[in-house]
Design a protein. Structure first.
Length: 67
């Protein structure tokens, strides 16, 4: 599954958001930490989802915009 991500600075931290899962965000002191936190947020959402979608190790993030 490919997710389109935006990264933005918010004060001293980075914020990562995913267009496909708008309710999921990741925050961290670096881009890498923010992306890692976003990945965990998306995985948690997929595992908790009552639909047929399950967490997938093939989850890929494609950074489309960085501010």
């Amino acid at each position: 599954m490919r997710c389109h991500v935006t990264l933005a600075r918010a004060g001293d931290e980075w914020v990562a958001r995913c267009a496909e899962f708008a309710e999921c965000t990741g925050r961290g002191v670096s881009r890498e930490v923010a992306l890692s936190q976003l990945r965990e947020s998306v995985r948690f959402w997929l595992e908790a989802c009552p639909c047929d979608t399950t967490a997938n190790d093939g989850l890929q993030f494609e950074v489309e915009r960085e501010r």
